[in-house]
Write a protein that binds this ligand. Structure first.
Ligand SMILES: C[S@@+](CC[C@H](N)C(=O)[O-])C[C@H]1O[C@@H](n2cnc3c(N)ncnc32)[C@H](O)[C@@H]1O
Length: 221
């Protein structure tokens, strides 16, 4: 499926996580237990080894903290749009960490970044968006990642069971109302990623495939 780049999506995305930020980890634990954390950590070694890693839409800093406690080389940047999420991140991480860290409060699609990262991480980020915005994000990740760089993506996947569809519907309805997320359902990014030069080199399934963690590399030209 070819998805066109929509100029509107380049300017700004409308998701708004300030309201939900303090409740987000508790809600997640109630519904999914520890499984989403397991998925986030599936490829943490790539982030630990990276020279310059970028976490996009990192939320309130839980994954960042687990990285900071173990990362001994390189540096980290975080781009997160929500002011409340950034505030919670700062208080969560305190002075943790031995590597340089830059927290950038910005919309990823509007944020100026060079082709500087050997590891980009998107956790439960792309699944907020419809395919045209996903395409804009995938293209931008391609632009800012070095030729041998890695992109780690962890997302919900389109459900296959009735129970999965019901849970997904509830989740999207909730987040559309509270956080104004763009998508009404989740779209698998992998076909678009392949069309844009990425190949999946490893993947791990969680919650019976409801969540998938993928490690992408750029296809050699
Ligand atoms: C569903 S939450 C996931 C947070 C975290 N990655 C996790 O795994 O829990 C999505 C996050 O992306 C952020 N976000 C949404 N749109 C964004 C954008 N255009 N640029 C940067 N961050 C964005 C939200 O503020 C929120 O913190």
């Amino acid at each position: 499926m070819e998805i066109a780049l929509n100029s509107a999506v380049r300017s700004q995305t409308r998701a708004q996580f300030d309201l939900i930020a303090p409740l987000y980890p508790t809600l997640e634990r109630l519904v999914f237990g520890v499984h989403l954390d397991d998925a986030r950590r599936a490829f943490i070694d790539d982030v630990l080894k990276a020279d310059r890693a970028l976490l996009v839409g990192e939320g309130n800093g839980r994954f960042l903290k687990s990285v900071l406690t173990r990362k001994l080389v390189g540096c980290l940047k975080v781009v997160e749009k929500s002011k409340a999420m950034i505030r919670l991140t700062k208080s969560r991480i305190g002075g943790t960490g031995k590597v340089p860290l830059e927290l950038i409060e910005a919309d990823f699609l509007r944020c100026r970044l060079g082709r500087e990262f050997d590891c980009v991480v998107t956790h439960f980020f792309l699944d907020l968006f419809n395919p045209p915005t996903q395409l804009a994000i995938i293209k931008k990740i391609g632009e800012i990642t070095t030729e041998k760089g890695t992109w780690i993506n962890v997302d919900f996947t389109p459900p296959r069971t009735m129970a999965g569809r019901a849970l997904m519907w509830l989740q999207y309805t909730f987040f559309r109302i509270v956080s104004r997320v763009e998508a009404r359902r989740c779209f698998d990014e992998s076909a678009m990623a392949t069309q844009n030069g990425w190949i999946v080199v490893a993947n791990r399934r969680f919650l019976d495939g409801f969540v998938v963690a993928k490690r992408y590399k750029k296809r050699r030209r």
